[in-house]
Ligand binder design. Structure first.
Ligand code: HEM
Length: 123
């Protein structure tokens, strides 16, 4: 009988302490800081071998994607630059079409997220 009580109480204790640790790990994930990146830092990554770009105030390191980009070297226009219109509209800073001159597919847009580095800092 004593053994049964010990087993039940012990089981409840282990169960509640594992819930506590889940809560703790959730909290540490949500409080993690997003890196802030300056425009100067982005401009330092401006080559085929080291290519960062900005899309809608978010910074992406797209270096590993450069050699496998289906649109070839056109992607290099965005290295070290704000690539928002290049990526979202396939248009350059003068509004001229780059390739189709239309938005990248939703598949391309979701692929971009894996390259996220941080938010563009406002100063
Ligand atoms: C920001 C500069 C970029 C430029 C100027 C650019 C340009 C192009 C061009 C000209 C094409 C050929 C098809 C067409 O003419 O419409 C293309 C296709 C494609 N690009 Fe880009 N690209 C850029 C960045 C990216 C990035 C960062 C990704 C993915 C993370 C990407 C993914 C793709 C994909 C998947 C295609 C195939 C067609 C589609 O899904 O829309 N591109 N791109």
């Amino acid at each position: 009988m004593v053994l049964v009580v010990l087993l039940v109480v012990g089981g409840v204790y282990i169960n509640s302490s594992s819930q506590d640790s889940d809560v703790t790990s959730d909290l540490s994930t949500t409080t993690e800081e997003v890196r802030q990146v300056t425009i100067d830092q982005v401009e330092d990554h401006n080559s085929e071998d080291d290519c960062w770009t900005i899309v809608e105030d978010k910074v992406y390191d797209i270096t590993s994607y450069v050699p496998r980009h289906p649109g070839g070297d056109e992607i290099l226009r965005a290295c070290g630059e704000d690539g928002t219109s290049l990526f979202l509209e396939r248009r350059d800073e003068n509004g001229r079409a780059v390739g189709s001159g239309t938005a990248h597919s939703s598949s391309a847009q979701s692929q971009l997220e894996q390259f996220f580095v941080g938010n563009l800092s406002s100063n």
